[in-house]
Design a protein around this ligand. Sequence first.
Ligand SMILES: *Cc1c(COP(=O)(O)O)cnc(C)c1O
Ligand SMILES: [Zn+2]
Length: 408
Amino acid sequence: MNTLSHLECSRCLKRFDKGLPHNLCECGGPLLVRYDLGKARDNWNRDWLQRAPSTMWRYAPVLPVSRPENIVSLGEGFTPLLRSRRTAARIGARDLWIKDEGMNPTGSFKARGLSCAVSMAVELGIKKLAIPSAGNAASAMAAYAASAGLEAHIFMPRDVPQSNYIECKAYGAHVTLVDGLISDCAKIVAERKDGEGWFDVSTLKEPYRIEGKKTMGYELAEQFQWALPDVIFYPTGGGVGLIGMWKAFQEMETLGWISSKRPRMIAVQAEGCQPVVRAFNEKTERSEFWQEAQTLASGLRVPKPLGDFLILEAVRFSEGCAIAVSDEELLNAGVQLATDDGLFVAPEGAACVAALEKLLASGFLKPEEKIVIYNTGCGLKYLEAYSTRFPRQSGGEEGKLGGLITPR
Ligand SMILES: *Cc1c(COP(=O)(O)O)cnc(C)c1O
Ligand SMILES: [Zn+2]
């Protein structure tokens, strides 16, 4: 069963028909997918999930694909929700959980969005996909495009983590390294897509990635027996996951699955690129382009998120906040988390741990609150970043190996 109804502009509320490829509304607003939730409510209920697949496609009735054979899946979603004990004790939180998205195909939660987007490309007959990416979205798109037999054209910063570059090449994508940021990559895709016949899969310019990412919200509710936590920490680049989860909460309330209680949403950014934090502090509706964005948490290096107003709306409505941490703080937090809890997380996920420490110390959060941190990627994808913490010694056994692995 599928209950997709139509698409709707998030700014001017204009309606768009399903069954056709869409990017942004003429007004510049991202499109949101709408379902006939009344029909979903009548024909589907939570108990069905006991027999559903152990992937994000268990929520298929509220996902946009209408024919199951179009689903392109590599096993994404249904990731572990782990209780942290030792980190929790160290920082003074009594009920701390980590949703480990690093377990997804291609090692990040981008798999959810791209599984959905590529499935919809198949359903809509699109053959050539193009994406500007800070790294992990590129890897995920390359993998799903390979699985679906579609062409993938990838534009990412030249200094993207090595893992992302190698993955994309291995998946057979057409890769262009750009001297610049994701915003520069986006310009190139926008300029060339019509001439080349590419469909633009940019964050929020493509309406279905957010649908894949919203499954993190459904899953969290299911894993906590349909009671959402008090607080959610989300490492925010384009903010798709945060916007998606916020949308999922609304949908689940309409379905009668959860109450109207919402977690406080905490948007975490890096000091070297914090447009959402600045807008939050200055109480503006939109963010401003962050000049000379720089952070080794590459997924957070998004100088001007297209959906900034949606991120800020969720953060403000939920009485959460937006907060930035330095690269040094987030790397330290990442290493400490690995040492304490055996979880080697992406720098983006580690940023949330550093931010949580600050908000507990300041009294913004109370020790007894139920807190969930999204670790959005696997630490193994960021060996260059973590290598700065563990330089190899010369001499001895390591020295011999060091001769083969040239330090930068
Ligand atoms: C893309 C990415 C983010 C940011 O995600 P958004 O939903 O775009 O805010 C965070 N962490 C990692 C590992 C990412 O790849
Ligand atoms: Zn519009």
